[in-house]
Design a protein around this ligand. Sequence first.
Ligand SMILES: *Cc1c(COP(=O)(O)O)cnc(C)c1O
Length: 410
Amino acid sequence: MSRLLDRLQEEIDALDALSLRRRRQIAETACAPEQTLTLAGAAAPRTMLGFSSNDYLGLAAHPALAKAWAEGAALYGTGSGGSHLILGHSRAHAQLEERLADWMSPFIPQARSLFFCTGYMANLAVLSALGGADAVIFSESLNHASLIDGARLAKARVERYPHCDVAALDTQLASCDAPVKIIVSDAVFSMDGNIAPVAELLALAERHDAWLVIDDAHGFGVLGATGRGVPEALGLRSERLVLVGTLGKAAGVSGAFVAAHRTVVDYLVQRARPYIFTTAAPPAVAHALLASLALIEGEEGAERRARLLARIAQLRSGLKAVLPADGSAWLAESPTAIQPLIVGDNARAMRIMAQLDGHGLRVGAIRPPTVPAGTARLRIALSASHGEGDVARLVDALGEALFRPAKEAA
Ligand SMILES: *Cc1c(COP(=O)(O)O)cnc(C)c1O
């Protein structure tokens, strides 16, 4: 046994030596910009200003959602009691699916939706069910890990295409004679913040008779006039569109959904193993999500989206003014809440993160293999609940960390 343990320990030590070892912090309080955290190895908790949550609209600790959650638990209890096909499918789940189908019906003819426990599972379900042995999956090279794993689980052959390269994908599709072709892409890239050329991808899907699977984890709730995400922002419409949205990010709760033509959803219910062989999420989650959707599409949602846009603009103009002129750190071109500051090597990213720590600021340092080698970055994630003063503090501290690393590190 000790030899087996030694092997694991050696691998962990190797990660440590490369500044690649991941450590968790413990959140002592609810998700919010000011949050009390116990960092790895620290004796006492600290209250810090964070820029790393996916709570883009600041709904994760919204009292109306907590109230709806409690109400859902009172109505339906805490556990669903089974899988969706065996008594776990509650009225709350059904209402949520109807609501989401309505939401997505402008973009998908005869839309239905299917609720999942997590986005990870939704992606495994869609790709493994649609990607049978006679299919080819065309996978964007910066896709989220859950899409990569979904493609692995599928029996289909997988071809990657270069990041946002519509012409290359066109060529790949043209030389493929498989009866089923599936294009799959993140709508908003999770480590870069840029938006995929989804309208162009959809045109390719039409031309080459392919499905287009779009994962809008970071666009749902945030983009579009009523928060319906990238399909709304870009005005898409097609029965080829299979849309995955996650509900644990901007929606502030948990879970995910697939929206697609009714036949696709019917098929997933029959065939998608990650849907069938798991316990349905608690109905209270679905009940809380109904309240979240109401907030997102209403006036409060619109106000929150406007506040988020103002913080994004403030951060971008503020950081551009303090970035070093030698190009050793640069801000990715991103119109979304995800604003990556690319600094190159892992140790530099960790050092800047440590300096921000000293100022009570928390920003995630993202390193390979999550991003390509040599592009380690600080992934700044903004939220509607950040104030103007919060963003100003971050810009000041980053300006200092980028220009005076030696002094701080000493
Ligand atoms: C977060 C995320 C997921 C996974 O969603 P969960 O609900 O957290 O499992 C899938 N795709 C993308 C692009 C994501 O960012």
